[in-house]
Design a protein around this ligand. Structure first.
Ligand SMILES: Cc1cc2nc3c(=O)[nH]c(=O)nc-3n(C[C@H](O)[C@H](O)[C@H](O)COP(=O)(O)OP(=O)(O)OC[C@H]3O[C@@H](n4cnc5c(N)ncnc54)[C@H](O)[C@@H]3O)c2cc1C
Length: 461
């Protein structure tokens, strides 16, 4: 018989699941009551493409923010679709566990990362976020609530949901795998001057599995860092990059470092990688004044949204008689064998630095996702770059983004769809498996209540 305490925990769990079912049923009824095309009404977002203004009604999913269960024995968690990774990590770390891949920005949600893909420094061994999902409950475009698993009648939706960007259905509940952590992560920042040697070392680190986490930062030719993270049970001292000191700067300044596991997972969030410099908050005084709470990616994202609305940066450039700029915010992937070639192209054509580097490979035995197929035996490298570049007189406003798209396709790679895309419809469906998508759309959203993937990702609907 369950002891008093575990009995109370089991009852609380049952109540949480019953409340979740009531919320799901209410959402289904809400969808049935709405007419026309539906979209999510959501408080936070890490989507970067601007959308055309719309009068489309939003489905209110604001209640789906509960961690329903963490099972330390089975090493699983069950969470609602709008739970942020910050919430989830706070719920799992006390059990000595973490999700297999934790995307770097605190307000990325489970549902958003699975439908929009998620990557981090554990992706060289754990693949993308969706590869550790065991089960999903979804509200589909045709108004059904279905449970999709790899082995049931909705396995097509289970595999097809990643990279569908909420155009087949919305994830209301997800069951995911967790892995054990140690209290600290030791970091070794290793500098390489030669690009071929750099990618060979990255390959070697991934193949030998000598580190638990592998990522890299390229500041310029001759200044390329590989960062190897290893779990440890103790640390001589830990650094703190959540306020006055800045993580990405430390990569150039120290060869080894130690962080608590929580600080390691959020090392990029405080300064949105390095993008906080655009808001003038990388010197001591503003950081002192702002404090820890305001130094986070979700705050910068709000500033970007304001700039978009009022065109502030463009007006400043004009006043200062500087050329207009093209926003280049992208994450792309190419096979590791072509990574040096991509970096070479990038240096020639795109004046942006630093660049984030993250290796990834499909998890051993993992299943492929038809809308973002990867070669199971191929190691890929993700390049992340988030800035703006000046345009020469007469250059089209999307010149550099189009150059990148063409080069990535030439190198046998692909890009994430969270930001601007410019593909023709034919090219888009060739890259993102139009045949598979159309079958899924017919099965789960035949009346097109949700937007079409091309309309959403390229036409910015
Ligand atoms: C500057 C920048 C850097 C980034 N870097 C990284 C990175 O390094 N690693 C990484 O993994 N990702 C990165 N991302 C991408 C980010 O992970 C994706 O944009 C992700 O989809 C955002 O999730 P979100 O929860 O904020 O969702 P939102 O931005 O709110 O939504 C994204 C899309 O998913 C849909 N959606 C949201 N929730 C659900 C749901 N429950 N069910 C179905 N559809 C849903 C929305 O309709 C929308 O189309 C970056 C983004 C930016 C802007």
């Amino acid at each position: 018989m369950a002891s008093g305490e575990s009995g109370i925990r089991a009852t609380a769990r049952l109540v949480r699941f019953a409340e979740h079912e009531a919320r799901a049923e209410a959402l289904r009824a809400q969808l049935a009551g709405l007419h026309g095309t539906i979209r999510l009404a959501k408080r936070t977002s890490n989507l970067f493409r601007a959308r055309t203004t719309t009068s489309t009604p939003g489905l209110d999913v604001s209640g789906f923010t509960h961690v329903l269960d963490v099972d330390p024995l089975a090493r699983t968690a069950e969470v609602e679709g709008m739970v942020t990774y910050e919430q989830l990590v706070d719920a799992t770390l006390p059990h000595g566990l973490m999700p297999l891949v934790v995307p770097q920005l605190k307000t990325i949600t489970l549902g958003g990362a699975v439908t929009g893909l998620g990557i981090e420094s554990s992706s060289f061994r754990n693949g993308l976020v969706h590869e550790s999902v065991l089960e999903m409950e979804l509200l589909t475009g045709d108004g059904r609530i279905v449970v999709a698993r790899a082995d049931n009648e909705h396995s097509d939706l289970f595999h097809g949901f990643p990279n569908s960007y909420g155009t087949l259905g919305y994830a209301l509940r997800l069951k995911i795998e967790l892995e054990p952590v140690k209290p600290y992560v030791r970091l070794d920042h290793v500098r390489y001057e030669n690009t071929e040697e750099y990618f060979a070392a990255l390959d070697e680190a991934c193949r030998t599995g000598s580190a638990d986490f592998v990522d890299g930062t390229v500041f310029g030719p001759g200044e390329q860092y590989l960062t190897l993270g290893t779990f440890t049970t103790s640390a001589p001292a830990t650094s703190d990059y959540t306020w006055l000191d800045i993580y990405y700067k430390s990569i150039r300044e120290r060869e080894t470092d130690h962080l608590t596991v929580r600080d390691y997972l959020w090392r990029w969030d405080t300064d949105w990688f390095w993008c906080s410099r655009a808001f003038g908050v990388q010197s001591r005084l503003p950081r002192l004044l702002l404090g820890r709470k305001l130094l986070r990616s979700s705050v910068y994202w709000k500033l970007v949204a304001l700039d978009r609305r009022f065109g502030i940066a463009a007006k400043i450039l004009k006043l200062r008689r500087l050329p207009p700029e093209e926003t280049v915010v992208q994450d792309i992937e190419v096979p590791l064998s072509r990574a040096a070639e991509f970096l070479d192209f990038f240096r020639r054509e795109i004046p942006i630095s630093p660049v984030w580097i993250c290796p990834l490979k499909q998890r051993p035995g993992g299943a492929n996702s038809p809308l973002y197929e990867m070669e199971p035996e191929t190691r890929y490298v993700n390049f992340g770059f988030w800035s703006a570049v000046p345009l020469d007189p007469g250059e089209e406003p999307d010149t550099h983004n189009r150059l990148i798209e063409a080069e990535v396709t030439r190198l046998g790679g692909r890009k994430s769809l969270y930001s601007d895309s410019f593909y023709t419809e034919d090219e888009f469906w060739r890259l993102y498996n139009g045949d598979a998508y159309r079958k899924l759309k017919t099965a789960y959203d035949p009346d097109g209540r949700l937007l079409d993937l091309y309309a959403k990702c390229v036409r910015r609907r």
